[in-house]
Design a binder for this molecule. Structure first.
Ligand code: FDP
Length: 416
């Protein structure tokens, strides 16, 4: 009896009309009037009165290896990487600088549109975005770290620059244009998040130049299997640098007291499956059918991952992917009706992240193939991106396979 009353209630509820203007019992003005609008008088106390915060004695520092020492040991074990040691040291220093800039974004004058020497706003970049001061600043820092720390990087391609640049040109000295490596990076990814004090990150990858071939824009069109190193730095509750040199993944947390990256995460392994799914679901109606079906399966509990799914989306790739790397699950930026190749850039976003995922035991897929197998046709190419635990990404791929087989003549899962 009780159950049938509950069901009846549910039925009535499901069939009751959606509230319309005529249905309202409270007008908007009445609603607004209910808010607490008075302001408390501004607190007046002299901040110099406040005593310095003392940390409890039991908060002792852990004995952790520093990033420079870690690099020294790794490059000693693998002499072929020695040329990268000064480069990666400099990149870590650049991440510290970017970290400070991000933390000062609300208090210092680093906001707003970037201007040239004459004070005119810079032109839109190749992505069609007006460059912000912060983007330009972080780009310069990263570029100088890669190009100016040694003579080992020949050229760089950045999200912020339309074309790759030779380090000789960046440093204005021909000695810097001879290295055997090239680097790709996104100096500040998810920068729209900074206004709201949310996490952002930097992403990078390093390739070898092709022996016997001149280094030019085509040298960057290598698939992700050729990456020698990849990493990202997340500027969040803690600042963490995550790095792979092709034999596992390690994480280094910035200790703000001594301004050093310390080896806090040894041999990171992503769980083989996980509950998190991290997609911008506002785009659901524009996703491919296989992605829609996959997301529905997660929500209805019919996924092969026998865990109750939980949604997490910050809107900053580094933060979202890091969450999935640590806790397990899947991150996705699929193609949409408006963005046929998705939004993320293959060379300096998806491929480095896919290398990290695979090195941690996870997977990176476009839905139909490994991200690391996609050979770019141009520097700023975009690619549908799914990254995460191996079982989760495998299941997503299965949805693509199943629904493409079903629509042999359709174009929902066209091969990249
Ligand atoms: P952003 O445009 O702020 O640089 O790289 C692109 C990116 O950020 C990713 O970091 C982020 O995950 C994604 O775009 C967010 O896009 P949506 O707002 O479309 O979800």
């Amino acid at each position: 009896m009780r159950q049938s009353i509950t069901l009846l209630g549910l039925f009535i509820c499901l069939h009751c009309p959606a509230p319309s203007v005529g249905f309202q019992t409270t007008s908007l003005n009445q609603y607004k009037a209910r808010r607490v609008t008075h302001r408390l008088p501004a607190a007046s106390f002299d901040s110099s009165d406040s005593a310095p915060i003392k940390l409890p004695k039991q908060l002792k520092k852990k004995a952790l290896t520093t990033f420079p020492r870690y690099l020294e040991i790794e490059c000693w074990k693998r002499p072929e990487l020695r040329g990268l040691e000064p480069v990666l040291q400099a990149v870590a220093e650049a991440c510290k600088q970017i970290n400070r800039i991000v933390q000062r974004a609300q208090t210092d004058d680093v906001y707003g549109v970037a201007v040239d020497v004459a004070g005119n706003p810079l032109e839109e970049n190749v992505q069609g975005e007006v460059q912000q001061k912060l983007d330009v600043l972080c780009n310069t820092i990263m570029m100088q770290a890669f190009c100016g720390s040694s003579c080992n990087i020949h050229s760089v391609a950045s999200e912020e620059d339309d074309e790759p640049r030779c380090c000789a040109d960046v440093m204005n000295d021909s000695v810097f244009g001879q290295g055997e490596y090239i680097a790709v990076f996104d100096p500040i990814d998810g920068s729209k998040n900074i206004d709201a004090s949310l996490p952002v990150g930097s992403i990078f990858g390093i390739y070898r130049t092709q022996p016997g071939k001149p280094v030019n824009a085509d040298s960057f069109l290598q698939d992700g299997n050729s990456l020698v190193a990849a990493g990202y730095c997340l500027y969040s509750a803690t600042t963490i640098l995550v790095l792979t040199l092709g034999s596992g993944v390690d994480g280094f947390t910035l200790d703000p007291d001594v301004s050093r990256f310390l080896h806090t995460h040894q041999d990171i392994r992503i769980p083989s499956n996980g509950a998190i799914y991290s997609f911008n679901e506002a785009n659901y109606n524009d996703f491919d059918e296989p992605v829609q079906k996959y997301l529905s399966a997660l929500k209805h509990g019919s996924s092969s991952i026998k865990k109750r799914s939980t949604a997490r989306y910050i809107g900053s790739m580094v933060a979202d992917v890091h969450n999935v790397l640590i806790n397990g699950g899947i991150y996705g930026y699929p193609r949409t009706l408006g963005n046929k190749e998705g939004k993320l850039r293959l060379l300096y976003e998806s491929a480095p992240m896919a290398m990290i995922m695979e090195q941690a035991g996870g997977a990176g897929s476009t839905g139909s193939r490994r991200i690391l197998d996609v050979k770019p046709k141009e520097t700023h190419q975009r690619v549908p991106t799914f990254l995460g635990s191996i079982e989760n990404v495998f299941e997503l791929d299965q949805f693509y396979k199943y629904y493409s087989d079903e629509q042999v003549n359709g174009n929902t899962s066209e091969q990249l």
